[in-house]
Write a protein that binds this ligand. Structure first.
Ligand SMILES: Cc1cc2nc3c(=O)[nH]c(=O)nc-3n(C[C@H](O)[C@H](O)[C@H](O)COP(=O)(O)O)c2cc1C
Length: 342
């Protein structure tokens, strides 16, 4: 199997970590998955071969399997990337590798390996048609960087006209993470009922097991398609989440109202946000009034925008999802951190 790789642009000398100007080689390709049995088992077997080897070569990688296709984003020193790609291209577990991006970017992925298997109602043929539209976008020199490509390829919401698919900012991503996982999935379930849409399911994994179960919902909000992802708390440490978080406009944190637990959630979040070049706006719910100033202070020290809204959670018998969502809506507008300042 061969992958038509264009030669990278004339480069500054390649070091162990990347180019002298601090950039690395970045590649995104898609390929048709070609194996018997479960996608999760294949992803796990690839993880076992790839995680340590990528780390040793200074390569970072995020691999997603969806609708019978792989989407793979790799970054690292030019020579290492070429070696890894040559090995991958010989692998019989996939075919029809199609390169959608090769260029120089700042290092964006903090971990050597992470992966996901996403359930999707889209057929392999439907996915192939969208791949073609991204190939055309590349030929037309529409600038789509790897995280944007990965985000758009993995979000076949069916809510947007096909011509809008390649446009920037057409899908707004929101994440919800809770001290108690049931609170985050509770919000997704309520919204799914409101919009009469099916909840999606995926599994994320890092360099080590276990895998984490993810629920998500695609729904429309005016001209924008939105994806809300309910992330279990340990997911904050996964490379795939850290790599894609800069594309999320907002992260909703659902606290317990219990000072020690809430502080621990905030500290975990701040640690996972540290390497990010762009951070989503943070909105906290369920905090006790006494705890709010302390957590706002922690976030401020870390240079983060954090708004603790004085709203309780339905799981604790405080308010209801409809009332909560009505209050939240203006805070969740794309580009909005504080609706009062718009
Ligand atoms: C879609 C896909 C992605 C892969 N990603 C990587 C990777 O990032 N790094 C890696 O070393 N191997 C990766 N592999 C596995 C390699 O193709 C190969 O099986 C593995 O590196 C072992 O190579 P070896 O048999 O030459 O030792 C991937 C395989 C597939 C099918």
């Amino acid at each position: 199997m061969s992958l038509p790789l264009p030669a990278p642009a004339p480069s500054s000398p390649d070091t162990d970590h990347g180019h002298d100007d601090g950039t690395v080689d970045s590649v995104l390709y898609v390929s048709r998955a070609c194996f018997e049995g479960s996608a999760l088992a294949q992803i796990d077997s690839i993880r076992r071969a790839a995680a340590a080897r990528n780390a040793a070569m200074g390569v970072s990688s995020t691999l997603i399997c969806q609708s019978g296709w792989f989407m793979h984003w790799l970054e690292g020193p030019e020579r290492a990337i070429s070696q890894v790609l040559t090995r991958i291209a010989r692998d019989a577990r996939h075919r029809q590798m199609r390169l959608l991006y090769r260029g120089r970017t700042p290092r964006l992925m903090p971990m050597p390996w992470s992966g996901a298997v996403m359930e999707s109602p889209e057929t392999p043929q439907g996915f192939a048609r969208r791949v073609e539209s991204f190939r055309l976008a590349r030929q037309a020199r529409i600038p789509l960087d790897p995280p944007t490509l990965l985000r758009q390829l993995s979000t076949p919401s069916g809510l947007l006209p096909p011509e809008a698919v390649c446009g920037p900012g057409t899908v707004q991503r929101l994440m919800v993470c809770a001290s108690q996982a049931a609170d985050a999935t509770g919000l997704v379930h309520w919204l799914a009922g409101q919009h009469r849409r099916k909840i999606g399911h995926g599994r994320f994994c890092g360099t080590e097991p276990p895998t984490l179960s993810i629920r998500y919902l695609d729904f429309a909000a005016g001209q924008t398609a939105r994806r809300l992802v309910a992330l279990p708390r340990p997911g904050l440490r996964l490379g795939i989440v850290q790599a894609l978080l800069p594309d999320y406009s907002h992260l909703l944190l659902l606290f317990e109202g219990e000072p020690l637990q809430d502080r621990a959630l905030m500290e975990e979040l701040l640690a996972s946000f540290r390497p990010l070049r762009r951070r989503p706006a943070l909105i906290g719910l369920g905090l006790s009034p006494a705890q709010r100033p302390a957590l706002e202070g922690l976030a401020r020290q870390a240079g983060l925008e954090f708004t603790g809204l004085p709203l309780g959670l339905p799981s604790r018998g405080e308010g209801s999802w409809p009332a909560l969502w009505r209050t939240l809506a203006p805070w969740l507008m794309p580009g909005s951190a504080d609706p009062a300042s718009q």
